[in-house]
Design a protein around this ligand. Structure first.
Ligand code: URA
Length: 424
């Protein structure tokens, strides 16, 4: 077999065999297949697709390309959560401590982000001293002691994804459902949890722009999970505006803390409560409405925040000195009317350009910058009402670029739901 045969097969819309997929992954990692050959195959996959069986073989080959985490020394149900990525998504920072205060454990390995704002690890690193690198033994001990740990990926987990993702990123081959499904599922399966919750973001700030493609991605991941004997539950959630009000690493930590204390923004609370309730429903058979009431109580009582503090202390962080830039500008509306549309991707790009995110792996994030939305979709604003507060440091941003992200009109457009569907 040669890689040219494999590329020709996919180019001619043939189904790839397990041997062909293994050949591709092995050759990519040992260097016998060159980057431009893999890129060509990736483009053929983007254009001609892969069915569920091919995607399963690709996931398996990627999963087997590196280390797998053994969580068997952690007692009880271990839950993992993943988001396909959105603007202002700080759900893990709230959901992890909330679950730990309820019983289910979260032993989570997260990534640093490429894109608008940092990943969960970048957000945690906005906390002074917070250690994201722990040995396997310390990671397991922390989860057994307090029910929660969030660390950066250790060891050699799914090296095939690292290589493939880097190529996809620069060859216009990210937006393919089988490639996204295998990338996410190989990492989740390697992380060793019993139950996997995936927040599939849908909208103009997300990878999936419409519900139909989000649903296809969700179904593919659930079916792959089934083939590996893992329960996967997907939520399809709205990313036509940022989640919560804060975007930027330290600002998002601050908003997560407010939410953990019970007074965060309504959409973030709604999403976290629904996710945590779903976990209780699936792991403990608790009726959903009872579970939601209990989750809300755990936020309002301070129990969930207490778990967050325990995690920060355990990982040597200091919450007394969260650095948020003091160079703050208020951007005011030039129009009167209802906010009917927010260019969420555009706002994410603004966050990245002022230093909250990175384009290249080597870019350094500024945790102190970002913005907070004063108004969101459906709100009525007058001329000169504040739309957004922007926290700058070294980099500047034009006011018109920010204003262009908001469509304001006299006719009110119906607000879409936050959670479109739950699929399991
Ligand atoms: N997130 C991932 O981990 N992989 C993808 O391919 C897309 C989003």
């Amino acid at each position: 077999m040669t890689i040219i045969d494999v590329i020709e097969h996919k180019k001619n819309k043939k189904k790839l065999t397990e041997e062909e997929i293994n050949f591709m992954i092995t050759g990519m990692l040992d260097g016998s297949i060159l980057d431009y050959q893999i890129s060509s195959l990736l483009m053929a996959i983007v254009l001609n697709g892969m069915d569920e069986e091919e995607t399963f073989y690709l996931t398996k080959a990627m999963l087997n390309s590196g280390d797998k985490i053994d969580l068997s020394k952690i007692n009880g149900i271990k839950v993992d959560k993943h988001s396909t990525g959105g603007v202002g998504d700080k759900v893990t920072l709230v959901l992890g401590p909330l679950l730990a205060s309820l019983g289910p454990k979260m032993a989570k390995m997260s990534g640093r982000g490429l894109g608008h704002t940092g990943g969960t690890i970048d957000k945690l690193e906005a906390i002074d001293g917070f250690k994201v690198e722990l040995s396997q033994d310390d990671f397991i001990k922390e989860v057994n002691d307090i029910g929660l740990a969030i660390i950066s990926q250790t060891g050699n987990i799914v090296p095939a994804d690292k290589k493939l993702y880097a190529l996809r990123d620069v060859t216009g081959t990210v937006d393919s459902i089988p490639l996204i499904a295998s990338s996410i599922m190989s990492k989740k399966l390697a992380s060793g949890a019993d139950m996997i919750f995936i927040d599939v973001k849908v909208g103009n700030g997300a990878l999936m722009k419409d519900i139909d493609s989000a649903r296809s991605l969700a179904k593919m991941m659930i079916n792959i999970g089934r083939r590996f004997d893992k329960t996967v539950i997907c939520l399809l959630t709205n990313m036509n505006e940022p989640l919560g009000n804060a975007v930027g690493n330290a600002l998002e930590v601050q908003e997560a803390i407010e939410t953990l204390k019970g007074y965060g923004p309504a959409d973030l609370i709604e999403l976290v409560i629904n996710m945590a309730a779903l976990v209780l429903n699936k792991t403990e058979d608790m009726p959903l409405e009872d579970a939601k009431t209990l989750c809300l109580k755990k936020l309002q009582s301070g129990d969930a925040y207490h778990k967050f503090e325990e995690m920060v202390t355990y990982q040597k962080g200091d919450l007394t000195n969260l650095k948020i830039s003091k160079r703050i500008f208020s951007v005011k509306s030039a129009k009167e009317g209802y906010i009917n549309h927010i260019d969420t991707f555009g706002l994410g790009e603004i966050a990245r350009l002022i230093g909250a995110g990175r384009l290249a792996k080597t870019d350094v994030i500024d945790p102190s910058v970002g913005f907070t939305l004063t108004h969101k979709i459906g709100d009525y604003v007058k001329v000169n009402d504040e739309l957004i507060k922007i926290y700058l440091n070294e980099k500047d941003m034009k006011i018109e670029t920010i204003l262009n992200c908001f469509d304001i009109g006299m006719e009110k457009v119906d607000k879409e739901p936050l959670i479109y569907e739950i699929i399991s």
